[in-house]
Design a protein around this ligand. Sequence first.
Ligand SMILES: Nc1nc2c(c(=O)[nH]1)N[C@H]1C(S)=C(S)[C@@H](COP(=O)(O)OP(=O)(O)OC[C@H]3O[C@@H](n4cnc5c(=O)[nH]c(N)nc54)[C@H](O)[C@@H]3O)O[C@H]1N2
Ligand SMILES: Nc1nc2c(c(=O)[nH]1)N[C@H]1C(S)=C(S)[C@@H](COP(=O)(O)OP(=O)(O)OC[C@H]3O[C@@H](n4cnc5c(=O)[nH]c(N)nc54)[C@H](O)[C@@H]3O)O[C@H]1N2
Ligand SMILES: [Mo]
Length: 771
Amino acid sequence: MSRSKPTSVEEPTTTQVGEIKTYAAGVPAVRVALERGVHEMGAVRTARTLAKLNQRNGFDCPGCAWPETPGHRKHAEFCENGAKAVAEEATRRVVTPEFFAVHSVEDLRTRSGYWLSQQGRLTHPMYLAAGDSHYRPVRWDQAHRIIADELHAMEHPDQAVFYTSGRTSNEAAFVYQLFARSLGTNNMPDCSNMCHESSGTALTESIGIGKGSVSVPDLETADLIIIAGQNPGTNHPRMLSTLEKATRNGAHIVAINPLPEAGLMRFKDPQKPSGVVGEGTRLANDFLQIRIGGDMALFRGICRLLLEAEKAHPGTVFDHQFLRDHCAGLDEYLALLADVELDEIIEATGLDDAQIRALAERVATSERIILCWAMGLTQQEHGVATIAEGVNMLLLRGMIGKPGAGVCPVRGHSNVQGDRTMGIYEKMPEAFLASLDTEFGITSPRAHGYDTVGAINAMRRGEVRVFMAMGGNFVSAAPDTRLTEAGMARCALTVQVSTKLNESHVATGRSALILPTLGRTDKDVIDGVAQQVSVEDSMSVVHLSRGSLTPASDLLRSEVAIVCDLAQATLGPDHPVAWQSLKRDYRVIREHISRVIPGFEDFNTRVRAADGFVLPHPPRDDRRFETSTGRANFAAHPLRSVPVPAGRLVLQTLRSHDQYNTTVYGHDDRYRGIKGNRRVLMLHPDDITAFGFMRGDHVDIISEYEGPDGLEERQVDDFEIVAYDTPRGNAAAYYPETNPLVALGSVARDSNTPVSKAVIIRLVPHHATAS
Ligand SMILES: Nc1nc2c(c(=O)[nH]1)N[C@H]1C(S)=C(S)[C@@H](COP(=O)(O)OP(=O)(O)OC[C@H]3O[C@@H](n4cnc5c(=O)[nH]c(N)nc54)[C@H](O)[C@@H]3O)O[C@H]1N2
Ligand SMILES: Nc1nc2c(c(=O)[nH]1)N[C@H]1C(S)=C(S)[C@@H](COP(=O)(O)OP(=O)(O)OC[C@H]3O[C@@H](n4cnc5c(=O)[nH]c(N)nc54)[C@H](O)[C@@H]3O)O[C@H]1N2
Ligand SMILES: [Mo]
């Protein structure tokens, strides 16, 4: 098959600012998706690929974790951004050894992440020896030997760290954690530590399981859907079809966000005639333009108003039977509510009295309420407390474990939830470890390992010898880019299992390996046998995924094969795990999973059902709460918000419409009307004036973080000011360009998630420091 060579990539420089869009999807979305596909893959490959997306016998979309509507796998279920994620992976461009011979690591370090990813799919295992200037091709067996030797040279297994991004299949994740634990470490940080960790932490404490409790049919039949801190039009576009259906069924939708995100306002379904012409469907009935970090105060204020209403009309607001039969900690929580001042709530949220009362009234009178959220809530210092407060609100109304109601943390990466189920977690519970040990005859370590921030700190102290990443782009996704890079540089060996080139391949340890792997769309054939993998979506549905495209090179290996061969090379032929038989037939891995992880009984049979199968969820299934008290717990955290310090701004770092996390697809943020430049800072027009700037001015951004040793400052240079509809004092800029501003020490209480949505900043004119 002929493949095109890497192309040079133009970096646009002029910024165009247009109108903020008031609707999402529609015809432009389909056109953009198809153009991108044809550009990367050619027409035939595009048609073939999109036809298999989210289909039965097809592959799971690598875009996001939003579920397929049950029974709908026969229709084309994809969205503009899912199609872009596929085009990005299925591109025909390739990065070969000749590419690395031309470009030294030094040279590649000067390139943007956009440029790196645009070069195409990695085709060969590559090795950067200590002191060398270029990556050179290496055989697979040599690569495994290099890693095994370095692992054997460690004084303690905890000198190794095994990171996972959330695209890794269940099967690959399971063998990966089995390898790490066989080696003797729980050092398994993952992208979830930077993502929904606050959700998992809060939900486990409150309802005994860290996963959402609703399904697509629940959303379609809810009468009140609250969407806080999420931008589904860009990040979960298929959710819009579900919301549209909910609206048609009479749901009232409330969007809580500092920004008027297009996808929350109106939706034009590109797959229906009504989406091609006309206004589309109104989605959010109410938009509450909240201040960054104000959500906990809003939920608490609502609970206070619910309490007042209950007092005024006893027995009409609270679900007394649910509270009596299933909850703990109510009295303590109600005592806390008694002290709430509504003025304090108004100040923290920036909303007015009427808005807060109207939402409280809705919450008091709706029969089926669902709370959806994503990064706007989790990546806050008080993210765990905020989510727990949202759950408190639902508990007062008995909204867990009944149809059409519940919690809906909308996950990011397509299998991030499954990876956690499979044991990718630095502190898996004893029951899992014991079961793993019994199944395989190993002794898993019991001491907790490092999470993402913990791993970076250990690297900086020089305590990590080998860092291995199963996918992702650790250097660019992690907070505090410069400190993270410095930490990587202290490792003896960094290993990246990747599909495409990124910053983590050029900010390396003293030596480094790139191991090219198959993606979701690629055919996975081992010893002539076609393999399938499985994934778990945001609503605990497990189903199969099978790629169908010819891989970018014959040398690509599946993640499962890479782990099993590495384990064999490291642990030797006498190790109790039969690594080679796991690698040859993934059904054997699923057999093991079925015995180790509750809910996976008869895995190989049940996963073949058209819609897969649903994992157990005790609160959802029968209002069972496996918490410390055996009941759903009211959380009584002190009220927190994010006031704007004088002369400063609070910055949130978010995604544009044309990126997948650290992978930048293009420089336009279509729905926000910002085109041609990602180094922009969105500010309220009055703030621009108040700070003495004009739109179009270029500034350097300095973040301020009060660390244990005093004030720490970090800086990024040359951002263009754009006027935007955001609350006063609240700014926004894109991730990952602004990650250098997020202090490593700035983490969410209890979940250790980097606070990427509330960075205190000040601005200086760009020229002042440019010379
Ligand atoms: N196309 C595409 N799809 C993706 C991704 C991608 O990069 N591109 N990433 C995937 C991943 S890993 C994830 S985790 C998800 C992320 O999905 P989102 O969480 O939707 O992503 P962000 O861009 O971080 O958007 C955060 C939203 O929260 C709002 N926000 C910020 N601060 C606050 C606050 O204090 N309160 C409230 N109420 N809102 C706030 C922002 O204005 C923004 O609308 O998407 C997944 N899907
Ligand atoms: N400032 C700030 N920082 C953030 C966030 C934020 O909102 N603001 N969001 C955080 C969140 S929610 C997340 S989830 C993390 C994301 O952190 P990561 O998951 O580490 O980052 P990605 O950008 O998704 O990783 C992209 C890389 O994954 C590789 N890849 C893609 N597909 C595959 C595959 O199938 N297999 C393998 N082995 N590799 C593959 C490609 O080489 C690609 O370059 O970032 C976090 N960082
Ligand atoms: Mo994420």
